[in-house]
Ligand binder design. Structure first.
Ligand code: PRX
Length: 669
């Protein structure tokens, strides 16, 4: 690795502010390098020290990290702290309340969709609510190892439920409350959940989402598929409580009212002591075959990794007020709203709303209201808010901010500079954190007081992470290079398997290049050793920071009676980063018109969820295919982007289709 400061430095380098360096955990680049070296050369000593901050009922018996990353040598596995027993909930709550005397400290400032709804929850209160919820789940029959599906909006009960699961050794599977009934059903069935926890409804901006109704539909679909596993549904009366609207569909044989049961149980609950490698949670992420993958994380490694990345990447200090705007339904919320911050005894904002409700300055208003010091959001949100200019920002006092972060997709220079200059007032480093549902926590990231920044680069590896770049033949590339981003060894927070499907786990991440974890992202390393993520190199599309599988969208399009064949590609989008551009070939005698386009969009929204709604649907009387019948997606991508120079088309069965497709192109959504 080349140390920034050498003659190779590029012009656009942003150095950490001195004020931040004074009390920082990692105060300069040399300190980063030293710690990094230790984490790679003496991983056991490094992680042992991190583990010493936490409570272990029994200590580990062997090496801290054990693994096999080489499919040719046997099954892939990773183990961390083998032999140790512990409890996640105990470490993030009881340890703070009892050992550190932080019971009175605010864990969350909950801020509702409406600015009139808010609530502060201390660590002591959080522990009490989590214990009540643990007892409730136990009363409903949940036992260690059982899977609990959670379909809740961003309300405190979501945090109570996930931590309650970890307290009693149940495995939570949170499904983002924007997913459809079908997606929820698929996820419940894949991991055979025994309980579903949901809410009656929630306002997202101006729009009411009837979660209970969607949840009921999902359970009905599970029953139709004859493999219903959910026996009870625990329902939070969130909407009714706030609006006096009590019109929730209710089935007394299955549904349990949160408010009723929580009052009847004790606020004490002994934690279940789990093995370090027992499962902690499952979180589904899109897979290139179309079927979502149940990424499984385990207790000890995830605790060590999320707590350490949170502490260093946001340089956590006791007086911080931290805000991550993600939804807990995604990995960013799991790791950097719940587990990482709570493990550090942090005070966070938990936000139910959206950036533009009731006005486009809402984010900045919330920052002023709670004097937020560390702010973590997605490039898509920045691009959206940039559009409204300076006025909505300048109304608020953002002087409390010290560090800004981004996640989910590459950040374009324009958005980076706006974030840095307008929001951070040139005072706050921007940590561009690259990671995945599978990695559990940040893997390439700057450290705010140590790493000179280049806008758009996720810079260098976090401690314990060893990236490398391979070419198509699996050869490692040195120095300046571009190719497949892979990792040579595990860090504690990496996924352990895909739930119930070790074979798919090995095939997806380890088969292409034996000895390496393959991220699926393309990447460039520049002459200073900085890493630049180039985006997905598989059939996934990153829309507003969420990965979507083209195969899954294609399957929901071809489910429509009028569609014979569909192919989905990405097209650049000013706010979302990328969006979906769909080509559909209709069955004979079906007419392509506006009504059909609307129907198809609705169909995808209903099957997957609103995030997957296509922006463009184009009529494709024929698709470009090779002589062996494979769809040439490269050509479709170029047509979607109106790139006329298509290069070599010699393998195409019928080149005439290209001209027809150009003639049918959609200019606007
Ligand atoms: O393509 C990369 C992109 O998001 C993918 C992971 O998506 P997901 O599992 O949904 O997790 C998102 C939140 C961690 C990656 O394979 N990605 C994530 N962060 C960045 C990024 N691309 C560029 N820069 C980032 N900082």
């Amino acid at each position: 690795m080349v140390v920034p400061g050498s003659q190779h430095i590029e012009d656009k380098m942003y150095h950490p502010p001195e004020g931040l360096q004074k009390d920082a955990h990692v105060p300069d680049f040399n300190c980063y390098l030293e710690l990094y070296k230790k984490s790679i050369e003496e991983p056991d000593a490094f992680w042992k020290e991190v583990a010493s901050d936490f409570y272990w009922k029994k200590p580990p018996t062997g090496q801290i990290l054990q693994y096999n990353f080489d499919v040719t040598k046997g099954n892939i596995y990773v183990k961390c702290m083998e032999g140790a027993t512990t409890n996640m909930c105990y470490n993030v709550l009881d340890r703070n309340v009892k050992d550190k005397n932080l019971g009175e400290r605010v864990a969350f400032y909950w801020e509702g969709n409406s600015p009139d709804h808010h609530e502060a929850i201390t660590y002591g209160q959080l522990l009490g609510q989590v214990c009540r919820c643990s007892n409730t789940l136990k009363q409903m029959g949940v036992r260690k190892g059982d899977r609990v599906a959670i379909y809740l909006p961003m309300i405190p009960e979501l945090v109570y439920t996930m931590l309650a699961c970890t307290r009693i050794g149940a495995v939570h599977s949170i499904v983002f409350a924007g997913f459809s009934a079908e997606s929820l059903c698929e996820r419940i069935m894949d991991s055979q959940c025994s309980i579903l926890v949901t809410a009656d409804g929630v306002y997202r901006g101006e729009k009411l989402i009837n979660l209970k109704q969607i949840a009921d539909e999902a359970l009905e679909k599970c029953r139709e598929k004859a493999s219903a596993t959910v026996t009870r549904c625990l329902v939070v009366k969130h909407h009714a409580l706030r609006t006096q609207d009590g019109d929730t569909p209710w089935d007394a044989a299955c549904d349990v009212c949160w408010e009723e049961v929580m009052g009847q149980v004790s606020e004490h609950c002994e934690p279940e002591w789990l093995d370090a490698e027992d499962p902690l949670f499952i979180l589904y992420t899109s897979g290139s075959t179309g079927k979502p993958k149940g990424v499984l994380h385990t207790v000890a490694g995830y605790l060590l990794y999320t707590s350490l990345t949170f502490k260093y990447v946001f340089d956590h200090q006791p007086d911080d007020v931290y805000w991550c705007t993600a939804d807990i339904g995604w990995i960013t919320g799991h790791s950097y709203i719940t587990y990482g911050p709570l493990a550090n005894g942090a005070t966070s904002v938990l936000f139910e709303g959206i950036p533009v409700h009731p006005h486009v300055g809402r984010f900045w208003e919330v920052i002023e209201k709670y004097r937020v010091t560390k702010f973590y959001t997605a490039p898509t949100a920045i691009r959206l808010l940039m559009k409204y200019g300076l006025d909505p920002v300048q109304k608020y006092d953002l002087s409390s901010l010290r560090i800004l972060g981004t996640v989910g997709e590459p950040i374009n220079p324009e958005a980076w500079h706006w974030y840095h200059e307008v929001i951070g007032q040139k005072r706050c480093p921007v940590v561009d954190t690259f990671w995945q549902t599978e990695t559990g926590g940040h893997v390439l990231t700057p450290l705010p007081a140590a790493t000179p920044l280049k806008p758009g680069s996720a810079t260098f590896p976090f401690f314990g992470v060893e990236p490398t770049i391979l070419n198509e033949h699996g050869e490692e590339l040195e120095g300046e290079a571009e190719g497949y981003l892979v990792f040579r060894r595990p860090w504690p927070g990496i996924m352990r398997t895909l739930y119930g499907n070790q074979e798919r786990f090995e095939n997806t991440y380890f088969k292409k290049f034996p000895g390496f974890y393959v991220t699926g992202d393309g990447c460039r390393r520049d002459r200073d050793g900085y890493y630049w993520i180039a985006g997905r190199i598989d059939d996934m599309i990153n829309v507003s920071g969420h990965l979507l599988s083209t195969a899954e969208v294609e399957a929901s399009l071809t489910d429509h009676g009028a569609v014979a064949e569909a192919a989905v590609v990405s097209r650049p989008h000013a706010v979302k980063g990328e969006c979906l551009y769909c080509f559909v070939t209709l069955k004979d005698c079906r007419e392509f018109n506006r009504t059909l386009v609307d129907e198809l969009k609705r169909q995808v929204r209903e099957k997957i969820g609103p995030i997957a709604t296509p922006d463009f649907i184009q009529n494709a009387p024929g698709l470009p295919k090779t002589r062996s019948g494979k769809i040439m997606r490269r050509v479709l991508r170029q047509i979607a982007r109106n790139e006329k120079d298509l290069g070599d088309l010699s393998t195409m069965a019928d080149p005439k289709v290209v001209e027809v497709l150009f003639n049918h192109r959609c200019e606007t959504a």
